[in-house]
Design a protein around this ligand. Structure first.
Ligand code: PMT
Length: 219
Protein backbone atom coordinates (compact mmCIF):
# COMPACT_ATOMS: atom_id res chain seq x y z
CA UNK A 1 0.00 0.00 0.00
CA UNK A 2 1.32 3.44 -1.01
CA UNK A 3 1.14 6.33 1.49
CA UNK A 4 0.18 9.99 1.07
CA UNK A 5 -1.60 9.31 -2.21
CA UNK A 6 -4.42 11.77 -1.46
CA UNK A 7 -2.24 14.69 -0.35
CA UNK A 8 -3.76 17.99 -1.50
CA UNK A 9 -7.11 16.36 -2.25
CA UNK A 10 -10.39 17.24 -0.52
CA UNK A 11 -12.52 14.16 0.12
CA UNK A 12 -16.16 14.59 1.22
CA UNK A 13 -17.89 11.53 2.67
CA UNK A 14 -21.44 10.91 3.90
CA UNK A 15 -22.09 8.30 6.59
CA UNK A 16 -24.83 6.83 8.76
CA UNK A 17 -28.58 6.52 8.39
CA UNK A 18 -30.77 9.55 7.77
CA UNK A 19 -33.62 10.30 10.17
CA UNK A 20 -37.02 11.48 8.95
CA UNK A 21 -39.44 12.73 11.63
CA UNK A 22 -42.97 11.30 11.83
CA UNK A 23 -43.97 13.41 14.83
CA UNK A 24 -41.96 15.06 17.66
CA UNK A 25 -41.00 11.68 19.17
CA UNK A 26 -40.99 9.17 16.28
CA UNK A 27 -38.97 8.80 13.10
CA UNK A 28 -38.16 6.68 10.04
CA UNK A 29 -34.57 5.49 9.80
CA UNK A 30 -32.50 2.40 8.98
CA UNK A 31 -29.83 0.09 10.38
CA UNK A 32 -26.76 2.01 9.22
CA UNK A 33 -24.20 2.42 12.04
CA UNK A 34 -21.95 4.85 10.19
CA UNK A 35 -18.97 2.46 10.50
CA UNK A 36 -18.32 2.18 6.75
CA UNK A 37 -18.36 5.95 6.18
CA UNK A 38 -16.22 6.65 9.26
CA UNK A 39 -13.69 4.02 8.15
CA UNK A 40 -13.51 5.75 4.75
CA UNK A 41 -12.88 9.08 6.51
CA UNK A 42 -10.04 7.53 8.54
CA UNK A 43 -8.51 5.89 5.47
CA UNK A 44 -8.64 9.19 3.56
CA UNK A 45 -6.94 11.05 6.44
CA UNK A 46 -4.23 8.36 6.54
CA UNK A 47 -3.55 9.10 2.88
CA UNK A 48 -3.06 12.81 3.56
CA UNK A 49 -6.42 14.08 2.32
CA UNK A 50 -8.40 16.99 3.73
CA UNK A 51 -11.59 15.24 4.83
CA UNK A 52 -15.13 16.47 5.44
CA UNK A 53 -17.56 13.95 6.91
CA UNK A 54 -21.28 14.64 6.72
CA UNK A 55 -22.72 12.33 9.32
CA UNK A 56 -26.28 11.21 9.88
CA UNK A 57 -27.11 9.33 13.08
CA UNK A 58 -24.35 7.24 14.58
CA UNK A 59 -22.95 6.63 18.05
CA UNK A 60 -19.36 6.84 16.80
CA UNK A 61 -17.03 9.62 18.04
CA UNK A 62 -15.99 12.27 15.51
CA UNK A 63 -12.83 11.00 13.76
CA UNK A 64 -9.63 12.88 14.59
CA UNK A 65 -8.43 15.27 11.91
CA UNK A 66 -11.77 15.31 10.10
CA UNK A 67 -14.25 18.18 9.78
CA UNK A 68 -17.47 16.46 10.88
CA UNK A 69 -20.89 17.98 10.15
CA UNK A 70 -23.87 16.34 11.86
CA UNK A 71 -27.18 16.21 10.05
CA UNK A 72 -30.50 14.36 10.42
CA UNK A 73 -32.66 14.18 7.31
CA UNK A 74 -32.02 13.36 3.65
CA UNK A 75 -32.81 16.99 2.79
CA UNK A 76 -30.15 18.22 5.29
CA UNK A 77 -27.67 15.75 3.81
CA UNK A 78 -28.48 16.88 0.29
CA UNK A 79 -27.95 20.54 1.26
CA UNK A 80 -24.55 19.81 2.86
CA UNK A 81 -23.27 17.60 0.04
CA UNK A 82 -24.31 20.08 -2.64
CA UNK A 83 -22.68 22.93 -0.67
CA UNK A 84 -19.45 20.90 -0.41
CA UNK A 85 -19.34 19.87 -4.07
CA UNK A 86 -17.54 22.90 -5.57
CA UNK A 87 -14.54 22.53 -3.21
CA UNK A 88 -14.35 18.73 -3.40
CA UNK A 89 -12.07 16.47 -5.44
CA UNK A 90 -13.77 13.24 -4.36
CA UNK A 91 -17.31 12.72 -3.05
CA UNK A 92 -18.43 9.44 -1.49
CA UNK A 93 -22.04 8.61 -0.61
CA UNK A 94 -21.77 5.87 2.04
CA UNK A 95 -24.82 7.11 3.95
CA UNK A 96 -27.99 5.03 3.91
CA UNK A 97 -30.49 7.62 2.76
CA UNK A 98 -34.19 7.23 3.40
CA UNK A 99 -35.90 7.15 0.00
CA UNK A 100 -39.11 8.53 1.56
CA UNK A 101 -40.11 10.98 4.28
CA UNK A 102 -43.39 12.10 5.85
CA UNK A 103 -44.97 14.71 3.59
CA UNK A 104 -46.11 16.67 6.64
CA UNK A 105 -44.54 15.53 9.93
CA UNK A 106 -47.14 15.91 12.71
CA UNK A 107 -46.54 18.89 15.00
CA UNK A 108 -47.96 17.01 18.00
CA UNK A 109 -47.44 13.42 19.07
CA UNK A 110 -49.77 11.17 17.07
CA UNK A 111 -52.55 9.63 19.15
CA UNK A 112 -53.77 6.04 18.89
CA UNK A 113 -56.49 5.74 16.27
CA UNK A 114 -59.99 4.43 17.16
CA UNK A 115 -59.96 2.40 13.92
CA UNK A 116 -56.89 0.39 15.01
CA UNK A 117 -55.05 1.51 11.87
CA UNK A 118 -52.80 4.43 11.05
CA UNK A 119 -51.86 5.46 7.52
CA UNK A 120 -48.75 7.56 6.97
CA UNK A 121 -48.33 9.31 3.63
CA UNK A 122 -44.72 9.36 2.48
CA UNK A 123 -43.19 11.45 -0.27
CA UNK A 124 -39.97 10.77 -2.15
CA UNK A 125 -36.69 12.27 -0.95
CA UNK A 126 -34.12 13.67 -3.35
CA UNK A 127 -31.66 11.11 -4.73
CA UNK A 128 -28.50 12.83 -3.55
CA UNK A 129 -26.06 10.67 -5.48
CA UNK A 130 -28.00 11.39 -8.68
CA UNK A 131 -28.07 15.12 -7.83
CA UNK A 132 -24.29 15.11 -7.39
CA UNK A 133 -23.90 13.07 -10.57
CA UNK A 134 -25.87 15.66 -12.52
CA UNK A 135 -23.96 18.63 -11.03
CA UNK A 136 -20.38 17.38 -10.88
CA UNK A 137 -17.60 18.74 -13.05
CA UNK A 138 -14.12 17.34 -12.41
CA UNK A 139 -15.09 15.69 -9.10
CA UNK A 140 -14.73 11.91 -8.75
CA UNK A 141 -18.06 10.57 -7.51
CA UNK A 142 -18.40 7.32 -5.57
CA UNK A 143 -21.65 5.67 -4.56
CA UNK A 144 -22.60 2.50 -2.74
CA UNK A 145 -25.26 -0.06 -3.62
CA UNK A 146 -26.83 -1.98 -0.75
CA UNK A 147 -28.66 -4.91 -2.29
CA UNK A 148 -30.25 -8.14 -1.10
CA UNK A 149 -30.52 -9.73 -4.58
CA UNK A 150 -29.09 -9.32 -8.12
CA UNK A 151 -26.12 -7.43 -6.63
CA UNK A 152 -24.09 -6.70 -9.74
CA UNK A 153 -27.03 -6.04 -12.08
CA UNK A 154 -28.59 -3.48 -9.73
CA UNK A 155 -25.22 -1.92 -8.87
CA UNK A 156 -24.31 -1.57 -12.54
CA UNK A 157 -27.65 0.18 -13.17
CA UNK A 158 -27.01 2.61 -10.29
CA UNK A 159 -23.49 3.39 -11.59
CA UNK A 160 -24.89 4.46 -14.95
CA UNK A 161 -28.19 6.02 -13.89
CA UNK A 162 -26.64 8.18 -11.15
CA UNK A 163 -23.59 9.12 -13.25
CA UNK A 164 -21.12 7.89 -10.60
CA UNK A 165 -17.48 7.11 -11.42
CA UNK A 166 -17.31 4.21 -8.96
CA UNK A 167 -19.97 2.10 -7.31
CA UNK A 168 -19.22 -0.06 -4.28
CA UNK A 169 -21.69 -2.93 -4.10
CA UNK A 170 -22.42 -4.85 -0.90
CA UNK A 171 -24.83 -7.77 -0.58
CA UNK A 172 -26.40 -6.84 2.75
CA UNK A 173 -28.35 -10.11 2.99
CA UNK A 174 -25.08 -11.88 3.88
CA UNK A 175 -23.75 -12.42 7.39
CA UNK A 176 -20.97 -9.98 8.41
CA UNK A 177 -21.69 -7.79 5.37
CA UNK A 178 -23.06 -4.23 5.40
CA UNK A 179 -25.29 -2.66 8.04
CA UNK A 180 -23.92 -2.62 11.59
CA UNK A 181 -21.01 -5.07 11.22
CA UNK A 182 -17.32 -4.21 11.68
CA UNK A 183 -16.65 -6.12 8.45
CA UNK A 184 -17.79 -5.81 4.87
CA UNK A 185 -17.43 -7.64 1.58
CA UNK A 186 -17.69 -5.42 -1.47
CA UNK A 187 -17.37 -5.52 -5.23
CA UNK A 188 -16.04 -2.35 -6.86
CA UNK A 189 -17.55 -1.30 -10.19
CA UNK A 190 -16.14 1.41 -12.43
CA UNK A 191 -17.16 2.45 -15.92
CA UNK A 192 -14.29 0.98 -17.89
CA UNK A 193 -13.04 -1.94 -15.82
CA UNK A 194 -14.20 -5.40 -14.87
CA UNK A 195 -15.85 -5.57 -11.41
CA UNK A 196 -13.24 -6.15 -8.68
CA UNK A 197 -14.36 -8.53 -5.92
CA UNK A 198 -12.71 -7.82 -2.55
CA UNK A 199 -12.60 -10.39 0.26
CA UNK A 200 -14.62 -10.21 3.50
CA UNK A 201 -12.46 -7.99 5.72
CA UNK A 202 -12.68 -5.16 8.26
CA UNK A 203 -14.42 -1.99 7.08
CA UNK A 204 -11.11 -0.17 7.58
CA UNK A 205 -9.33 -2.62 5.26
CA UNK A 206 -12.09 -2.15 2.68
CA UNK A 207 -11.78 1.63 3.06
CA UNK A 208 -8.01 1.52 2.59
CA UNK A 209 -8.37 -0.47 -0.65
CA UNK A 210 -11.04 1.94 -1.88
CA UNK A 211 -8.75 4.95 -1.23
CA UNK A 212 -5.90 3.32 -3.16
CA UNK A 213 -8.22 2.69 -6.07
CA UNK A 214 -9.62 6.23 -6.02
CA UNK A 215 -6.13 7.75 -5.90
CA UNK A 216 -5.10 5.73 -8.96
CA UNK A 217 -8.16 6.99 -10.81
CA UNK A 218 -7.64 10.68 -10.01
CA UNK A 219 -3.87 11.09 -10.00
O1 PMT B 1 -23.16 2.30 8.20
P1 PMT B 1 -22.79 0.83 8.29
O2 PMT B 1 -23.52 0.13 9.41
O3 PMT B 1 -21.28 0.66 8.37
O4 PMT B 1 -23.27 0.09 6.95
C1 PMT B 1 -22.66 0.40 5.73
C2 PMT B 1 -23.71 0.52 4.60
C3 PMT B 1 -24.37 -0.83 4.36
C4 PMT B 1 -24.77 1.56 4.97
C5 PMT B 1 -22.90 0.99 3.34
O5 PMT B 1 -21.93 0.03 3.02
C6 PMT B 1 -23.83 1.22 2.15
O6 PMT B 1 -24.13 0.33 1.37
N1 PMT B 1 -24.31 2.48 2.01
C7 PMT B 1 -25.33 2.87 1.00
C8 PMT B 1 -26.69 2.45 1.51
C9 PMT B 1 -27.78 2.77 0.52
O7 PMT B 1 -28.60 3.64 0.79
O8 PMT B 1 -27.72 2.12 -0.62
P2 PMT B 1 -28.75 2.24 -1.86
O9 PMT B 1 -28.42 1.11 -2.75
O10 PMT B 1 -30.16 2.36 -1.33
O11 PMT B 1 -28.38 3.62 -2.53
C10 PMT B 1 -27.48 3.72 -3.64
C11 PMT B 1 -26.62 4.95 -3.50
O12 PMT B 1 -27.44 6.13 -3.63
C12 PMT B 1 -25.88 5.09 -2.18
O13 PMT B 1 -24.61 5.68 -2.43
C13 PMT B 1 -26.76 6.05 -1.38
O14 PMT B 1 -25.98 6.82 -0.46
C14 PMT B 1 -27.32 6.93 -2.47
N2 PMT B 1 -28.69 7.47 -2.21
C15 PMT B 1 -29.74 6.64 -2.00
C16 PMT B 1 -31.02 7.17 -1.85
C17 PMT B 1 -31.19 8.57 -1.89
N3 PMT B 1 -32.39 9.12 -1.73
N4 PMT B 1 -30.12 9.36 -2.11
C18 PMT B 1 -28.87 8.84 -2.28
O15 PMT B 1 -27.90 9.57 -2.48
Amino acid sequence: QQVGVLKGKHVVISAGGTVEPIDPVRYISNRSSGKMGYALAQAAVEQGAQVTLVSATTTLPDPIGVKTIHIQSAQDLSDQMIAALPEADVMIMAAAVSDYRMGEPATNKLKKQESGQLTLTLVENPDILAQLGAMKEQQYLVGFAAETQNLLTYAQKKLVKKNADMLIANDVSKDQVGFGYDTNQVTILTKNHEPQVLPLQSKLAVAREVMQKISKAIN
